[in-house]
Design a binder for this molecule. Structure first.
Ligand SMILES: [Zn+2]
Ligand SMILES: [Zn+2]
Length: 318
């Protein structure tokens, strides 16, 4: 089968062996896959990953449990060992031996087929088109914030970053009727976001010194956390959604003096994302372009230039 393989230096389209079916797993024929900033970070050395890249997908189960065969699925990316002390304490989202699809020690989904634990898979209801279903994973990550904190429109809330994740977080907040201000650098992305929320240019940040109760950093940049610490009120909360290969230096006394709560936030609840899409949450306006696997260089070039979502069109439904 064809697969996009990262060898630690370069991403290549190779012919590799189709994954073999294993008990407790499902063989998934990948239909669409999304390029995420994390994929670009992996290419920069994040997690020292080598193997088949990619973790956002919708596909059709070809082999596996009867209730799944022929069904469209999306998949969670964390594969915990189930045996370490953290797993046993119920912290399996933070397993000591965690493998992560297309990110850490586990082949990803930029391939014609992927093999995934049955536990990780969620059936995609018929109402949700493939082009929306491919957003389930990043959308779930956006919903994670609402699991971690009670927020409401009575608070002042800012989302930092008008990239793919920032826009998804902003969409999720709006969908949940939570007013917020979205900060970004790109007039065309902010004007898209004005369809559902109010926006502000990052260059006007200075106007909002210690103004917000909650600031969500989804910039995917080193500067995001610093900006968030500038914007957040004393005793306020900062969410960190940014995961980058680069290390950040920070004045931690700012956090101590202003008594800021910092909350790390990563993967989230698939059922929430699926039900929001079923209830009509629109995300296709975030698609910038769709490419075949063979055009992966162009697809990744676009994604590296900070475009909105790039979709890889890998296979057809069964
Ligand atoms: Zn992702
Ligand atoms: Zn474990």
């Amino acid at each position: 089968m064809k697969a996009l393989v990262f060898d630690g230096k370069e991403l290549k389209l190779l012919n590799v062996e189709k994954p073999k079916f294993k008990e407790g797993h499902a063989l998934v024929k990948v239909v669409l896959a999304g390029i995420c900033n994390t994929d670009l970070e992996v290419l920069n050395g994040y997690m020292n990953f080598t193997g088949v890249l990619g973790h956002e997908f919708v596909g059709t189960v070809e082999q596996g449990p009867e209730n799944l065969v022929g069904k469209r699925v999306a998949g969670e990316i964390n594969i915990p060992c189930g045996q370490c002390d953290l797993c046993i304490q119920g912290l399996d989202r933070h397993c000591r031996n965690m493998r992560v699809v297309g990110i850490k020690n586990y082949d990803g989904v930029f391939a014609e087929y992927a093999i995934l634990p049955v536990k990780n898979l969620h059936i995609v209801p018929e109402k949700i088109e493939n082009q929306r279903a491919v957003f389930i994973e990043p959308l779930a990550a956006a919903f994670r914030i609402l699991e971690q904190i009670d927020i409401s429109s009575s608070q002042r809330i800012a989302v930092l970053g008008d990239g793919k994740l920032g826009l998804l977080v902003s969409k999720v907040l709006s969908f949940s009727r939570i007013d917020h201000l979205l900060f970004g650098k790109h007039e065309e992305k902010l004007s898209l976001a004005r369809n559902w929320t109010s926006t502000e240019l990052s260059s006007n940040l200075a106007k909002y010194d210690r103004y917000f109760d909650v600031v969500i950093d989804a910039t995917g940049r080193k500067s995001g956390i610093e900006q968030a610490l500038f914007l957040v009120k004393p005793e306020g909360t900062v969410f960190l959604k940014t995961t980058i290969a680069e290390k950040i230096q920070l004045d931690l006394s700012l956090i101590a003096v202003n008594e800021i709560k910092i909350i790390g936030s990563r993967c989230g609840p698939f059922p929430k994302a699926i039900s929001a899409l079923e209830d009509g949450l629109e995300v296709r306006d975030l698609i910038y372009g769709t490419f075949e696997l063979s055009d992966y260089r162009e697809a990744f070039n676009m994604a590296c230039k900070g475009s909105l979502k790039i979709i890889l069109d890998i296979g057809r439904d069964l």
